[in-house]
Design a protein around this ligand. Sequence first.
Ligand SMILES: *Cc1c(COP(=O)(O)O)cnc(C)c1O
Length: 378
Amino acid sequence: MTQSKETKTMLAMPKMLPHIQALETYEGVDPMEVMAERAGIPPEKIIRLNGNENPYGPSPKVGEVLGSYPNFNYYPDPGQRNLRRVLSGYLNVEPEKIVAGNGSDELIDLLLRMYVGVGDNVIIPTPTFGMYSFSAGICGGEAIPVERDENFEIDLEAMKAAITAKTKVIFLTSPNNPTGNLVPEAQTRALLDTGLIVVMDEAYFEFCGETAIPLLSEYRNLVVLRTFSKWAGLAGLRIGVGAMDPELSATMMAMKPPYSVNLAAEVALITSLEDTPRLLERVKQIVVERDRMMGKLQRVPGLTPLPSRANFILCQVPEGRGQVIFDGLCSRGIFLRYWGGGRLKDYIRISIGLPHETDAVVAAFAELCAEKGGEKDA
Ligand SMILES: *Cc1c(COP(=O)(O)O)cnc(C)c1O
């Protein structure tokens, strides 16, 4: 096996597909250690509120059950029989309409691969979750952004006007990430009436209680997504679920990698659903904390927090100061979500954490907003 370097470099490799070569990486959240090192602060002092993660962690039963689970030497059930039966109760939907995925991210990817090829497009009311355009790009498709109005509400007429013969899917997110507002049912229906596939991403359902699930019986082109990452604190185990027309779900089941939902995630989901009252009590605490943070942010001169139905608040900072304030927060060991430009250049998203974290975040904002150059001269 002594092949020379020269021989290897001379090998003519196939060209990668152009749309894959052109891909931009999806920018996920960095691990705690990385953030700590960047700020020069010990990891236990870091405040990490940039991923909408659950500050209370999973149900304590999850750790117990996983720790003593005897069957990790076996593959999970590729037909997800038990999982779909249990999820049927949670979603109030027949088991055959349900697919579980490696996070709802995987379901977005699978769905797009069913409908979007090179040259096709999907429509996204922006700003919204970044995964939709990323996954469309992997299929060789294009995400057509349709700007939301000045209140970040969906512009229905602009959405309809953006539809072309190449449009396959419309993404709706309710509550929307990062703006926190719901999609009114009339808009959902109007977009479903276009006949295109409409994905209703309800990643934050438990924080608002509003769902499009009942519309499944009326519309075969509706796909509803949920996740256990946010309300159940299982982001690191990766499990999300979709509810859809049985023909779609059958195809999705057939094309998914058979074992993409690992057994630990499956066991954790079932255990979480058995501990729903406790998890929903925590959700309630997070909602109370969100509203407390809202009040505090409103009292900081220069800040305009947007009303939110989810576990985060998008906050507008004084004009032109987004980057400076974000950097100032980072150097204090407070990591929030910032997009660095465009329409959200003066907005920062804060995930709801523990009460002492709220207090620290608001205090830091108040300090940074009061700094010179913070406000325009009165
Ligand atoms: C967090 C989030 C998801 C990701 O869910 P996973 O199940 O962790 O993949 C999906 N959609 C939206 C809008 C989100 O904010």
